[in-house]
Design a protein around this ligand. Structure first.
Ligand SMILES: C=CC1=C(C)c2cc3[nH]c(cc4nc(cc5[nH]c(cc1n2)c(C)c5CCC(=O)O)C(CCC(=O)O)=C4C)c(C)c3C=C
Ligand SMILES: [Fe+2]
Ligand SMILES: [Fe+2]
Length: 340
């Protein structure tokens, strides 16, 4: 008989908010060929010459501004989520990070110490597909299974960007903020270089090549991050009854000189302030757990940008984190067949 364990996988943080630890983390993260999609010599050169000399110090300062006594918010909240899901299911639940600790390798090996475990249900904690998040995590899990000759099958939960249970939980968790007065709601998704989307479109003629590509049905949407975030937005708006004029989509966290998805969140915040918005809401559905990109980039820097441009109050809607509706959804998925 199959005995299942569940592994929740998120991105990861440095061990400490200090320059040396952040440098080690950024090196591991950005040298991943799924993240900077260039041949190794070019990737090595860009990371060594343009990122590692300056970014670790600046990022360490950003991390210091959001760090908790218990550690990185992303890691602490992910651990709390694991504990909450574990309390609602009989199958063993573990939590791992793609970069840093606790690693996918360490957690898979720990789960497999129980010889009864024959199947691991792997849950990448990202609603939308991207090579730099979902694919790299799955490949790392497969690498570990092969390298250690683990006698388990890996089942993978697919991107859940329009899953009704996920959308319901997201709307429920956001509703206290939506019920307060506000001028505009930004759906701010983590950005992605356009090349990552183009590379995944096997037809070579759909994604980002046609007007309204994301609204036109196409097989490439199985891996199109832009299509999937548009679907999340539309499903959320329909469920929450949002008027089209009161919300918009933007993309944050750009890095480097490539062309990234737009519009840029910071530009959108300025535009909205200039057009008279005083109370702004921002929701970040690409993240299920609050992290540097929500707590520092949006809540702290976003507020500064909004105020400088004449706005008054920017409110970050917290991620799903350990919201009971989200914990219920995940604990139901623990017992589900991901191929259904
Ligand atoms: C080429 C660079 C990057 C791509 C592509 C990218 C995609 C991507 N990232 C997330 C989620 C997170 N990213 C986080 C931090 C972060 N991201 C990048 C770069 C790329 N991300 C960097 C360099 C960093 C580190 C911080 C910094 O120096 O700016 C985090 C937060 C981690 C934390 O510790 O809190 C998350 C989460 C997604 C969902 C995504 C593609 C869709
Ligand atoms: Fe990122
Ligand atoms: Fe598209």
């Amino acid at each position: 008989m199959t005995q299942r364990a569940v592994l929740l996988a998120n991105l990861g943080s440095p061990d400490k908010p200090e320059t040396a630890e952040v440098r080690r983390y950024l090196n591991q993260f950005l040298m991943d060929p799924y993240v900077i999609q260039l041949p190794w010599p070019l990737r090595r050169m860009i990371v060594s010459l343009f990122v590692l000399p300056t970014r670790p110090k600046a990022s360490a300062e950003a991390y210091q501004s959001i760090w908790w006594p218990e550690g990185s918010p992303l890691v602490v909240l992910s651990q709390q989520l694991r504990d909450a899901v574990q309390a609602k299911t009989d199958v063993p639940v573990a939590m791992a990070m793609r970069y840093g600790q606790p690693s996918i390798e360490q957690q898979l090996l720990k789960l497999c110490e129980n010889p009864a475990i024959t199947e691991v249900l792997f849950m990448p904690m990202y609603p939308h597909f991207a090579d730099s998040t979902v694919e790299t995590s799955i490949q790392e899990a497969r690498r570990v299974i092969k390298a250690h000759d683990l006698n388990i099958t890996l089942q993978v939960v697919q991107p859940f960007y329009d899953d009704p249970d996920y959308i319901n939980a997201l709307v429920e968790s956001a509703s206290p903020h939506l019920n307060e007065p506000y001028d505009h709601l930004i759906f701010s998704y983590h950005g992605l270089p356009e090349s990552h989307i183009l590379k995944r479109d096997e037809s070579g003629s759909h994604c980002l090549k046609q007007a309204e590509c994301c609204a036109t049905p196409h097989p490439a949407h199985a891996t199109c991050y832009r299509h999937q975030v548009m679907r999340t937005t539309a499903a959320f708006a329909a469920k929450a009854g949002l008027e089209a004029s009161r919300y918009s989509v933007a993309f944050q966290s750009r890095l480097g000189r490539q062309k990234w998805l737009g519009p840029n969140t910071e530009d959108r915040i300025r535009e909205l302030a200039a057009s008279g918005a005083r109370k702004l809401l921002v929701i970040c559905p690409a993240f299920v757990t609050d992290c540097l990109e929500t707590l520092e980039e949006i809540q702290i820097r976003g507020q500064e940008v909004f105020e400088e441009a004449g706005g008054e109050q920017l409110t970050l809607i917290p991620c799903l984190n350990t919201h009971p509706a989200w914990v219920d959804v995940l604990s139901q998925w623990c017992a589900s067949d991901p191929t259904d």
